[in-house]
Design a binder for this molecule. Structure first.
Ligand code: C2O
Ligand code: CU
Ligand code: CU
Length: 497
């Protein structure tokens, strides 16, 4: 099924309207002013869907705030040894109730559409055996995890149908909101789209002492989009990733969530394979406390949060700012995502300290590199430095324990002469990085912590200081718009001594 779909994509993209699918129709302006001539065109495209002829325009209409948002269940380890939590989880097809009154076939971890949440503790190991009960290959990658190469879910190291594989995660890293998802080469976009995604949270003693909202007031929320047909089936069209009009929060369309009038920590993840969420909160203020790899040095008040595929932001929201019985709404530029209904009072002894986690100084970078991301619509390929991913080719050798400066450019201001630009983003496995600048300008305050994924607008160059990490072996880096990594926008580094 997957390979037939891929053929359709390739065929579809070589036709006369070939470029439409690659071209952004949503409005994904970043908080920074746009650079270059493309902004006007991209912005115009948000109001002009001409040229796109999707097979399914939109699924069944859903009344916003008519279903409750669930919180994904936390998985209990099946065995706990002195230093390891041991889990077993199947990767299996299932049926989910996503749209009211309809059943949707999905792919799942453990039967649950968003996947169970794994809660790990810093410096205590997690061992998870995943049993592949799908009819095709899969593998598992812990996004944001610093794990040995053999446990990283390398794209060609897959789990054959009917077999299992154990992944060991040391959790030797500060507390953070991570997630796990499929990474089987060429299949990752569809596998993740169909549901192979779940939260993986690392708890940290130092973090606990800060007194941030915790327990039931610490809520992971996976945001993503989808396209459904009228029968409720998920439609995966990698050639038209911008036509996914249904917004899901923890697997439900534009749900509501009942909260107490107090502070909550909300761990927001963009689990879409392509969409850039541009979020605002109506009725209360957002304070960002963490980004991809964990706590920021200090809390940052934010009006607007831009999250590209794979990025996370932890925010604290005080629902005590709203009246009892009132609503606070999380909105994307495309529409409301989630409504918080303030239904009860509750004691609140949590706090948001002025200092969260000091940034540890980084050793001086030993190497500069330039990476250029581009689409090749003529040959239906997606490239880094003009090459598609080749597992047999090492694109760079890097030295363990060092830092490097990587300048990553999105050169797609005018894809195939269409006059349209497309955004990309950039994700590194194993290594975390600091965003030093965007086109020479300082990053937003909320981007000031350790990250593993960064949005890059058309024509933009981000400058990263990459902390390579302490493992050896081959790790990939790629555009996390997974329709692009599936077409080859991925490279690999080999970490040597
Ligand atoms: Cu979230 Cu290489 O992945
Ligand atoms: Cu990753
Ligand atoms: Cu991309």
């Amino acid at each position: 099924m997957l390979s037939r779909r891929r053929l359709l994509v390739l065929g579809g993209l070589t036709g006369g309207v070939a470029l439409a699918p690659f071209v952004q129709s949503g409005d994904t302006r970043n908080a920074q002013p746009q650079h270059g001539p493309m902004h006007g065109r991209m912005h115009g495209a948000a109001h002009d869907h001409a040229g796109r002829v999707p097979a399914v325009r939109s699924g069944p209409a859903v009344t916003p705030f008519s279903v409750r948002m669930p919180v994904p269940a936390t998985r209990i380890p099946s065995v706990q040894t002195a230093d390891t939590d041991i889990y077993r989880m199947s990767v299996q097809p299932a049926t989910a109730q996503i749209l009211p009154g309809l059943s949707t076939p999905v792919l799942t971890y453990g039967g649950a559409f968003c996947g169970p949440t794994i809660r790990a503790r810093r410096n205590r190991r997690t061992l998870i055996t995943f049993d592949n009960k799908l009819g095709h290959e899969t593998n598992v990658h812990l996004h944001g995890g610093r794990v040995a190469a053999v446990h990283d879910g390398y794209p060609t190291e897959v789990i054959a149908p009917g077999s299992g594989r154990a992944y060991l995660y040391p959790n030797a890293q500060p507390g953070a909101t991570l997630w796990y998802h499929d990474h089987a080469h060429h299949l990752e976009a569809e596998n993740v789209y169909r549901g192979l995604h779940g939260f993986y949270l690392i708890d940290d003693e130092d973090e606990r002492r800060l007194g941030l909202p915790s327990g039931g007031y610490d809520v992971p929320i996976m945001l993503r989009d989808a396209l459904f047909d009228d029968a409720g089936n998920l439609v995966f069209d990698p050639a038209d990733p911008y036509n996914r009009p249904t917004l899901l929060a923890n697997g439900k369309p534009q749900p509501y969530f009942e909260v107490a009038a107090r502070k909550y920590r909300l761990r927001l993840l963009n689990g879409s394979t392509h969409r850039v969420f541009e979020l605002t909160l109506d009725g209360a203020r957002m304070t960002q406390i963490a980004t991809d790899a964990g706590l920021l040095p200090a809390p940052v008040p934010v009006d607007r949060l831009v999250l590209s595929s794979g990025e996370r932001a932890d925010i604290v929201v005080d629902f005590g700012q709203a009246p009892l019985g009132g609503h606070v709404t999380l909105n994307d530029v495309a529409g409301p995502v989630l409504r918080f209904d303030v239904v009860r009072r509750a004691a609140d002894r949590s706090r948001v300290p002025a200092q969260l986690r000091p940034m540890s100084p980084m050793p001086t970078a030993v190497q500069d590199r330039k990476l250029v991301l581009s689409l090749d619509p003529v040959n239906i390929r997606a490239l880094i430095n003009d090459r598609v991913f080749d597992p047999a080719r090492v694109d760079m050798q890097v030295r363990r324990g060092t830092t490097e400066i990587w300048e990553v450019t999105n050169s797609d201001t005018n894809v195939g002469g269409s006059g349209f630009g497309v955004p990309h983003n950039f994700h590194t496995h194993l290594s975390h990085f600091l965003l030093l600048s965007r086109d020479g300008k300082p990053p937003l305050p909320g981007e000031g912590g350790w990250k593993d994924t960064v949005l890059i607008q058309p024509g933009e160059t981000v400058r990263l200081q990459v902390d390579i990490g302490s493992h050896l072996g081959r790790y990939v880096y790629h555009c996390h718009m997974l329709e692009h990594s599936a077409l080859g926008m991925m490279g690999q580094m080999e970490i040597v001594n």
